[in-house]
Design a binder for this molecule. Structure first.
Ligand code: TMP
Ligand code: ZN
Length: 408
């Protein structure tokens, strides 16, 4: 068994999800026979409490040329990153002369564009070449690279220190997390601030959102873990707040230990809260496991019941997290006829593992299915607003998370 990626202590598995394909492993029928699978299991470290995967497929096999995730495809995320850029400009860059902004995992440049267009010196690092090419076309300076201590040293030599270092939904993907944290320490200017966002462990617990666990999310962070990780390399968590993106995330600010600004009281408040929620106790993880098993069984039973009553069922949004949900419950095309999704790359392909056809939203038209499983439950408001016609014509949504629910 692997040891903790942060502190090398032994890990305890608390949720074994079985053999799983990649979250974004959409495929064609000729690929079914040799589909890649790996053992997906979430573990926790009794020593530093870090929640992490036992095994992650090599990062190069995930964030490759045709990695199908493009931030700019969601209007909500564009607005979200515009707001984040605004906050960084005010908090970290207002008093700086010709500052440098570096983003780790900059994808198609959606966030950095807000700096590029305002004339800031900037650099994006993105391993997925397809997304990097799109970013360059949008005027965002981008290098195709993974982030670690070595690349941080190289950038420091070629560009100088970063006044703002950003990573949105990136840090939780990094297997060699100590090297990444050391890279932040190296590259960040003495008065600079790093800002990160990642799915939040407490949201996963509260919502039984086990679909956050898939190949790309090697960690699901709590503030307790982040605090220890950064402390161990001479950095300091300065501030943290909960945000609603990706079904519940945290935005956190990191600087050099002892540098201005002082650590906000919000960090200690959230650390106390997490202690109360049992982040360090095995029992918390055992309870979570029970809830996940019940949620998964209940979802499949509901779909089977509706199907037996003659209802037509489909899925909405072939999210990467739905790969865990559908495979763990064993929900395939015999229950869900198709999944409608806006991403070109996924359309005409089949969902990882369960092989449900993915179709374009043009096919999500009357006569509608009777029930639609909302796999992008984190975008529930946006989607219900956009698809009002579906409900008007008698359609009903099935929400799998935070609790199984039929709407209306
Ligand atoms: P995620 O950001 O939760 O991972 O979801 C991304 C997937 O969901 C992506 O393939 C696009 C799809 N999607 C839709 O098909 N329709 C929608 O309205 C939304 C918000 C997402
Ligand atoms: Zn540990």
């Amino acid at each position: 068994m692997k040891s903790c990626r942060i502190c090398d202590s032994p890990l305890t598995i608390f949720l074994d999800l079985g053999m799983m394909p990649r979250g974004n492993g959409f495929l064609t029928p000729d690929e079914f026979a040799h589909e890649f699978k790996f053992p997906l299991a979430a573990a926790f470290c009794a020593s530093c409490t870090a929640v992490q995967l036992i095994e992650q497929p090599p990062a190069e096999s995930i964030f490759h040329e045709t990695y199908p995730f493009f931030t700019g495809s969601s209007v909500r995320m564009k607005t979200h990153f515009k707001e984040l850029a605004g906050e960084i400009k005010v908090r970290s860059l207002a008093d700086k002369n010709n500052p440098l902004v570096i983003e780790i995992g900059s994808n198609d440049g959606t966030l950095l564009k807000n700096f590029a267009e305002a004339g800031y010196r900037h650099l994006g690092l993105e391993p997925a070449a397809g997304a990097a090419v799109q970013a360059r076309a949008a005027g965002v300076t981008t290098e195709i690279a993974f982030f670690n201590e070595e690349i941080a040293s190289e950038i420091l030599r070629t560009h100088g220190p970063a006044d703002a270092l950003i990573g949105a939904n990136v840090f939780c993907h990094i297997d060699s997390i100590r090297s990444a944290a050391q890279g932040v320490k190296r590259l960040l200017n003495s008065s600079g601030a790093a800002t990160f966002e990642d799915p939040y462990f407490i949201d996963m617990l509260e919502k039984t959102a086990y679909d956050q666990i898939y190949d790309e999310h090697v960690f699901i962070f709590s503030v307790t873990v982040l605090d220890n990780l950064f402390k161990s390399c001479g950095l300091e968590l300065k501030d943290v707040k909960r945000i609603p993106t990706h079904g519940g995330s945290i935005r956190y600010w990191v600087g050099h230990a002892g540098s201005a600004p002082l650590r906000s009281q919000s960090v200690d408040a959230i650390l106390r809260e997490e202690e109360g929620q049992g982040v360090g106790q095995l029992e918390t993880y055992q309870k979570f496991q029970e809830k996940v098993k019940t949620a998964s069984r209940d979802l499949k039973a509901l779909l089977e019941k509706l199907k037996n009553e003659g209802a037509r069922l489909a899925g909405y949004a072939a999210t990467s997290k739905s790969t865990t949900l559908l495979n763990f419950a064993g929900i395939g095309p015999e229950l869900i006829a198709f999944i409608s999704d806006t991403t070109d790359f996924k359309q005409g392909k089949f969902s990882p593992g369960m092989h449900i056809p993915v179709v374009s939203p043009e096919k999500f038209r009357p006569p509608y299915p009777d029930y639609v499983l909302l796999l992008a439950w984190n975008h529930v408001e946006e989607i219900m607003e956009k698809e009002k016609d579906f409900v008007k014509k008698g359609g009903r949504w099935i929400l799998p998370v935070p609790r199984l629910e039929i709407k209306p």
